[in-house]
Write a protein that binds this ligand. Structure first.
Ligand SMILES: [Zn+2]
Length: 421
C-alpha cells in the first residue's frame, strides 16, 4: 500500500503571514475580542474596571500586559459565582453546543461554530490527511478530549473510531482488522498498546498499519518518540492545549517545538507578576484565545515554557513554544489529568486514621505511575480509599501504607520524580 505524503503543505494561509501581517492580525483579533468581551461578559467588565484597564486605549500588543492574568485555578471559584458560568460566558448555556466537566471541577463550554477547539491546522501539521482512519482513545464523556479531537479529523476528511480509553485487546484488534492509519491519545497509552501487542505476538509493523499519531495530555520525551516511531514505523507529533481553550500549539514535521496556533495570542510571563518575559526566557504560558463566547483573556495555564522565533523549515511563521518544561505549582499532570493537592486532601479528610499522605509520580519505561503513600497504623480500608480516590481524581494509584512518622517532616504533597530525556 502506498503511503500518503504527510511531510509538506499547510492548512491555512494564516500560518505563513509575514511578521508585520502577523502583528496586524493579532492586533485586530485582540481589539475585537477585548471590546466584545468587555461589553458582553460580566466577569471581564468587572476585571477590566477593577484594573482600570480601558479597552479603547488598547493600541499595541504590549498594552495587553495591563490586564491582570487569570489563573486557571480561579476558574473553579469564578464559575460558581452565578449564571453564564459566573459571567465568564457571553451567552446563555442553552445557546451552546455542549458543556463538559473537567477535574477541578471546571466546566468547559463548547459553542456551535466551525472548528471551535481549533485543532484542524495542528492535525494537518502533525500529518493527518484526507482518507485516514483514526482511532481516538481519549474519553468521550464528561471531559472534552474525545469529542474535541473528532472535530479536526472531520474537517480534514478522515473517519474516526471513537474507541475511548481502555479495552486494550479490543483496541489492537480494531487496529489490525480495519487497518487503522492514525492514533489519537496519550503517548503512554500508545506505549501500553505497543507493549501489549508485542506480548501477544502482534508484529507492530506487519500486522498494524499505523502511519501517523497525534499525542497530547502528558509530557512527551524525544526518547519515547523515537521508540514509538520506530516500533510502529509512523510519524508521531504532539499538540498542546487545555480543556478550557482547546488548541494552543502543535508540532510540525520538523519537530521544532510547538507552533502557536493561529487562533490564539500567547505570552510567556513571570508566574507571580504576570509581566511578559523576553523570548527564550522560561515562564508561565499565558494564552488569549480569540474566543468571543468564552473570553478567557490572559489565562495562565500553569505550564512553563519559552518562546522561540527562529524560522522553521516548514515555512510556518508563528512563534513556537519550546518544550513544556514543568508546572508552576505543585499541581501535576498525570496520565493527562491534572491532579490537585486540594482534591487529594478532600478524599483523605474522610479517613481519620490517615495522619499524613504524599503522592509520588514516576515514569519507568516512559509510562506515568502514581504511588500514594499514607501514614496510618493498622489501616484496613485500602479498597475503600482507592475507590474514593478514583472517584474523585479519576486515576488509580498504587497504595503504600507506612508507619506514622515515616514520611519526611518537610515534603511536597505531590513529588514529581519523572525523568525526561
Ligand atoms: Zn515548523
Amino acid at each position: 500500500m502506498t503511503r500518503k505524503d504527510r511531510t509538506e503543505g499547510i492548512y491555512s494561509r494564516r500560518e505563513v503571514l509575514d511578521e508585520s501581517e502577523r502583528r496586524q492580525y493579532y492586533l485586530i483579533q485582540l481589539k475585537e475580542l477585548l471590546q466584545y468581551a468587555y461589553r458582553y461578559s460580566e466577569d471581564v467588565k468587572k476585571r477590566f474596571d477593577r484594573a482600570q484597564f480601558q479597552v479603547e486605549k488598547f493600541r499595541t500588543l504590549t498594552d495587553l500586559k495591563h490586564i491582570p492574568i487569570l489563573k486557571k485555578k480561579e476558574l473553579i471559584f469564578l464559575q460558581s459565582m452565578g449564571p453564564r458560568l459566573g459571567g465568564l460566558l457571553t451567552k446563555d448555556l442553552g445557546e451552546l453546543k455542549r458543556v463538559f466537566l473537567s477535574p477541578g471541577p471546571i466546566f468547559d463550554p463548547e459553542d456551535r461554530g466551525e472548528d471551535y477547539w481549533g485543532w484542524t491546522e495542528g492535525f494537518y501539521a502533525a500529518g493527518f490527511r484526507s482518507g485516514d482512519l483514526a482511532q481516538v482513545t481519549f474519553n468521550y464523556h464528561l471531559t472534552p478530549a474525545g469529542l474535541m479531537f473528532e472535530e479536526p479529523l472531520r474537517n480534514l476528511g478522515c473517519a474516526t473510531i471513537p474507541a475511548g480509553p481502555g479495552n486494550t485487546a479490543t483496541q489492537l484488534d480494531i487496529m489490525a482488522k480495519l487497518r487503522v492509519t492514525g492514533y489519537i491519545g496519550t503517548p503512554s497509552y500508545l506505549m501500553h498498546l505497543a507493549q501489549k501487542a508485542e506480548e501477544t505476538g502482534i508484529n507492530l509493523r506487519k500486522d498494524l498499519y499505523m502511519e501517523v499519531a497525534f499525542v497530547t495530555g502528558e509530557k512527551f520525551s524525544e526518547k519515547m518518540r523515537n521508540t514509538l516511531e520506530k516500533k510502529f514505523d509512523c510519524i508521531m507529533r504532539q499538540g498542546y492545549g487545555t480543556a478550557d481553550v482547546g488548541c494552543i500549539g502543535y508540532e510540525c514535521y520538523h519537530k521544532n517545538g510547538l507552533h502557536v496556533a493561529n487562533r490564539a495570542f500567547v505570552e510567556i510571563c513571570h508566574p507571580d507578576t504576570g509581566i511578559p518575559l523576553k523570548d527564550g526566557e522560561v515562564g508561565e504560558i499565558v494564552v488569549t484565545a480569540f474566543n468571543k463566547t468564552y473570553p478567557l483573556i490572559r489565562l495562565a495555564t500553569g505550564d512553563l515554557s519559552y518562546i522561540d522565533r527562529l524560522p522553521c523549515a516548514c515555512g510556518r511563521t508563528s512563534p513556537r513554544l519550546g518544550n513544556i518544561v514543568g508546572r508552576v505549582d505543585t499541581t501535576a499532570r498525570i496520565k493527562g489529568m491534572f491532579v490537585y493537592p486540594h482534591q487529594v486532601e478532600q478524599v483523605m479528610a474522610r479517613y481519620e486514621e490517615v495522619k499524613r499522605w504524599q503522592i509520588e509520580v514516576t515514569n519507568p519505561g516512559g509510562i506515568d505511575e502514581m504511588t500514594l503513600y499514607i501514614e496510618a497504623s493498622n489501616f484496613k480500608r485500602d479498597e475503600e480509599l482507592l475507590h474514593s480516590f478514583r472517584e474523585k481524581i479519576k486515576l488509580r494509584p498504587v497504595l503504600k501504607v507506612l508507619a506514622p512518622g515515616s514520611l519526611p517532616p518537610q515534603m511536597r504533597p505531590i513529588e514529581d520524580k519523572r525523568k525526561w530525556d
